[in-house]
Design a protein around this ligand. Structure first.
Ligand code: COA
Length: 259
């Protein structure tokens, strides 16, 4: 399958998906979401793939969020659609994949990037990783499941603080928060991910897939995700989001008016 914005490789049953837009810090534009959806379908249906790793190209960023330059033309309904499509096409599909999909976070995992890592079954990070949900800086909220998945791993208070302040945390703090399973040197990141997957790949595949489904069944309801999609969409009806996204693209501070 030819991809424009992903690099993929298959080695010893491990399918590595690398988001390859380093000049834009691997931001998730429409094309990346579509290609990720196709790549995750490969994980489901290619019998040679036993497990997968999602990572970002370059040393700076895993994924620095959804592509802000695509926000300005969207109204509230289209904003809702952006979140719903992304959740259904990629994030939910990763979470419910019948084979392990892990995130190897090599730099910034912000907004949709943090949500992408959280949708994976678990996260390995390099010492250079930074995690955050900075949507409030744009007049927005997370829309790819962040309000739901972050609270599951980090707890309510930490999720509230991270999402309301928009602050970034380093890999060590992310590990302490329960977001990340292990932190390694940047050059060891992919080897560490492959080492863990080689253990998992040696187990019974049908048992592994039932582990994933059973753990996901813990206290998992769709209602919270649907509520997030609605609230995310509503932000696109505000002047503040237009101001926030424009300010980011113009590299200046936003002037929010609460409208
Ligand atoms: N959407 C679109 N473009 C993005 C982006 C995003 N989420 N994140 C980074 N980029 C682009 C920048 O616009 C810049 O493009 P340019 O070179 O054409 O101007 C390029 O990627 C490099 O980013 P830059 O901001 O110059 O790098 P930096 O090292 O100064 O800052 C960040 C890095 C991650 C702190 C900063 O890029 C940032 O805050 N990104 C947005 C994070 C965010 O709000 N994510 C949630 C979106 S909902």
């Amino acid at each position: 399958m030819p991809y424009q914005l992903l690099l993929t490789s298959l080695e010893n049953g491990v399918f590595t998906i690398t988001i390859n837009r380093p000049d834009k810090l691997n931001a998730l534009n429409t094309r990346v979401i579509e290609e990720l959806s196709t790549a995750v379908e490969e994980v489901y249906h290619n019998p040679e793939i036993k497990s997968a790793i999602i990572t970002g190209a370059g040393s700076k960023s895993f994924v620095a969020g959804a592509d802000i330059s695509e926000f300005l033309q969207l109204d509230a309904l289209q904003g809702e659609e952006l979140a719903r499509r992304g959740q259904q096409m990629v994030f939910d599909k990763i979470e419910n994949a019948p084979k392990p999909v892990i995130a190897a976070v090599n730099g910034f995992a912000l907004g949709g990037g943090c949500e992408l890592a959280l949708a994976c079954h678990f996260i390995i990070a390099s010492e250079t990783a930074r995690f955050g949900q900075p949507e409030v800086n744009l007049g927005l909220i997370p829309g790819y499941g962040g309000t739901q998945r972050l609270v599951q791993v980090a707890g309510k208070g930490r999720a509230m603080q991270l999402i309301m302040t928009g602050e970034l945390i380093n890999a060590a703090d992310a590990m302490q928060y329960g977001i990340v399973n292990s932190v390694v040197k940047p050059e060891e990141l992919l080897d560490k991910a492959k080492e863990i997957l080689s253990v998992i790949n040696s187990k019974a595949p049908l048992a592994i897939s039932r582990v994933i489904a059973s753990i996901n069944a813990f206290d998992h309801t769709q209602a919270g995700y649907d509520y997030e999609i609605k609230k995310f969409g509503e932000c696109f009806g505000t002047e503040d989001l237009k101001e926030g996204a424009t300010a980011f693209l113009e590299k200046r501070k936003p002037n929010f008016k609460g409208k």
